[in-house]
Design a protein around this ligand. Sequence first.
Ligand code: PLP
Length: 344
Amino acid sequence: MKPLSELTRPNILDMELRFHEEYGHDKNTARIFLDKNENPYNNPYNRYPDPTQNELKKKIAQIKNVKLEQIFIGNGADEAIDLIYRCFARPGIDNVVAIEPTYAMYNVCAKINDVEYRKVPLDESFQFKAEELLSASDANTKLIWICSPNDPTGNSMPREEILKTLNMFDGLVIVDEAYSDFSQEMSMLTELDLHPNLLVLNTFSKAWAGAAIRFGMAFAGKEIIDTLNKVKHPYSLNSLTQTKALEMLHEPYETDKWVKIILLERSRMIDAFKMLPFCEKVFPSNANFLLVKFKNAQAVYEYLLKRGIVVKNMSKITLCEDCLRITVGSKGDNNELLSALRQY
Ligand SMILES: *Cc1c(COP(=O)(O)O)cnc(C)c1O
């Protein structure tokens, strides 16, 4: 890996980190707060949220078995994705490499940041080879995006190829594990101490069932996390979200229970889809959704919409021709979907 100072946008490198771990007053002695021009009324909404989120980070450090300094918390994982561009990829100069198809935000944020986005198509079983990502890169490639389990294909990416990419690439490798809690594969978090160029993303939006509160995480070495925190808006994680997230982190068994039910439903859905005469293929999934190939996906999509059932039309996406991406919902929702499809 190149030194992080060489990978960081020069304007960001020059900045100071304002809200670090030790930021703030002594919680035990400070009593009266007249430093932020807050209004004394309307408690607790009158106070700015904690810009360090240390309480949350302590809890996450335990659950994920990482160090507090290796955790970044953002307003959804999407905030981390945008910040990674704004910290490391220079507009109009640098480029990034990503597997294709994958999560759309990597490309959206590349466009917003005026960074060239290079797509490396997956093979027909939706896998990639490290060499292919590396041959798409050059001296100005700062980031490689890998999503595992991948959205929209649902499969996990081969660990050896991710490790090879980490070893051979001298920029940063981001492994987006938004769906890892639905997968039996080992998380890349265990590699954090061994690979200084690794960033792992996760979110409360999927397995934790908290998409509404906007809570996402990035894990990496302290230097990378500090860089992200230099650029992050200090109060992007509002107090309501922090309070609710802390509450949810104290009941992780709830999440485990939901995930188990969703996985059972996923197997049931796979079997049911396979029975449909107009279903051509159900791709293997390690996530809470299924990529399903139909005889005429567009027509199936429109038919379901007329019945009030919304799935994701992927038929215009590379390698996903005639595919719909279908989230595994509640038992009731899944039954409605299946009965509509049986009447198609
Ligand atoms: C849903 C999703 C996210 C977004 O996470 P938020 O925390 O809701 O912003 C990130 N990456 C992938 C691959 C996703 O599918």
